[in-house]
Design a protein around this ligand. Sequence first.
Ligand code: GTP
Ligand code: GTP
Ligand code: MG
Ligand code: MG
Lengths: 279, 291
Amino acid sequence: SIFQASLTDDIYEEVEELLIQTDMGMDTVTTLVANVEKQMSRKEKQNSSMVFDSLRQELISMINTHDTAIRKAPAGFPTVVFVVGVNGTGKTTSVAKLANRLLADKKKVVLAACDTFRGAAIEQLEVWAQRTGTYLVKHQHGADAAAVAFDAVESAKARGADYLLVDTAGRLHTNKNLMEELKKIKRTVEKRIPSAPHEILITIDAVTGQNAVPQVKTFHEALNLTGIILTKLDGTAKGGIVVRIQHELNIPVKFIGIGESMDDLLPFDSKEFVHALFE
Amino acid sequence: SLSEKLNSVFKNLRGYGRLSEKNIKDALREIKLALLEADVNYIVVKEFVEAVKEKAVGSKVLDSITPGQQIVKIVHDEIVRLMGGTPYPVELKGKKNRIMLVGLQGSGKTTSAAKLASYFRKKGFSPFMVALDIQRPAAMDQLAFLGKQIDVPVYLDKKEKKVVKIAEQAMEKARQTEVSLELFDTAGRLHIDDALMDELISLKNTIKPDEILFVADSMTGQDAVNSIKVFHDKLSLTGVILTKIDGDARGGAALSIKSTTGCPIRFVGIGEKINDFDVFYPERMASRVLG
Ligand SMILES: Nc1nc2c(ncn2[C@@H]2O[C@H](COP(=O)(O)OP(=O)(O)OP(=O)(O)O)[C@@H](O)[C@H]2O)c(=O)[nH]1
Ligand SMILES: Nc1nc2c(ncn2[C@@H]2O[C@H](COP(=O)(O)OP(=O)(O)OP(=O)(O)O)[C@@H](O)[C@H]2O)c(=O)[nH]1
Ligand SMILES: [Mg+2]
Ligand SMILES: [Mg+2]
């Protein structure tokens, strides 16, 4: 058709520009565009809306894991969930949101204040514990985080809690000592409940660029992550980096954060996410 | 690294003037990929590559025995130039200085307020911090904790619901003392939240700060220019503090921010402790972005 020449020249450049701006990274974009071009080459007629349909399909199939459930502990044990991640990405707020979600589901929840380092971190979680009506296990500022975790597991077991949510201090994946501290907290919990922690979620701020990949890689190598919480998606950032993360590391996004209140958490929906990438 | 990649693009050349169109095209593509991987904004990358292309087809590169190194130098110098060339830390002049800190959620404003207080105290100023984040749980406690840690007074009001009133009360209190630097920490907010952006405008009109610094996370990707453009349009920022440089984020946002808004990066956050604070050096950032 007479539109074919202009279609292939400009449309793929337009697609590349659009996808790059979602923070997907050049490698992932190149793979996607190549897949779409292959799909398009099999078609008799082509137009730009078909390109975008094919692109959406390719994206949805690239985000191939649909795992938004929180794993359950074996009967008789509280399910232990760790929330970890780089500084300021939304861990403490996400712990509050998860607690709120579980409580709405009539579950019994206990929180652990394992950020014993940052100023007023315990106070911050304390406010959330009050607002959600959850029991908080805490020690004094500067206490050993692993000791708090140990205490929290005992407390959760004694109270017959369904879930124990552990808030941890922000840390850069490049800080070896802090990554070791996190492994120690994990080992401490494993000693008390062999199958725990049952869920280790990393928070990734939607504004993060390509650095999210080494973040997830390093935390994953240290702890064996089970999922991602993509926070601050209520901003203008698209969070497209999770497509690259899924494609390269196969770690599922389980939840998205869409605001600062305790209700602002939703299970990840790949179709909605892909549609939002193009808005 | 980009220098290694560029050198390999040209490694099979011998002698002068043998650079082909393809060599230049390959080199420009490597530069584009490296800058995108470093999180430089897509539009900024396009303009940058055009600028480098113009310089690259100049005689310096064509006559060079090591065209790869020549292009690396052009790229490096262009990045340094775009980031302002030389360090430009905030310098306080008068007897009463006011600095307001603004930015997206979690970027490091509260921590940076304390770092600035300590930095300027070492320069002989008497700092005073004002807690204007009345929304985030325990935000005021966080600033109070930091103030206590560095022995700097903090003004906070847990009862007042209007931040403008808190700012006025704080400034009145400061007026009665020898305080020479007032630092205002504000709540993180989205640039698309009109009500909260209006709140910042009211605060600016009340405080009339000497400096309004946007605190940005160095791991920010393509969205960096979207947020800073709005903050800059509405507040006329006087600079940026780039935080969490102690990580391995390449920090391309630094280049995007400066080249799209002209806002100079004044300081960097290099850790969580009070002393983890430094002047921004464009040369060092250029090397980091180049990888
Ligand atoms: N708009 C928006 N803000 C969020 C979201 N999640 C968290 N925040 C805000 O981001 C800021 C940081 O959140 P925190 O929960 O303290 O982050 P953190 O990872 O625990 O921080 P550190 O413990 O200091 O590493 C706060 O101002 C939160 O209100 C979200 O989904 N949307
Ligand atoms: N590694 C590192 N961490 C930093 C740096 N600056 C701040 N942080 C950490 O980042 C997290 C967020 O810092 P805050 O000062 O609470 O950020 P904020 O902008 O005030 O957050 P909101 O008020 O919620 O918007 C904390 O864990 C800080 O310790 C830095 O330069 N390097
Ligand atoms: Mg926290
Ligand atoms: Mg703050």
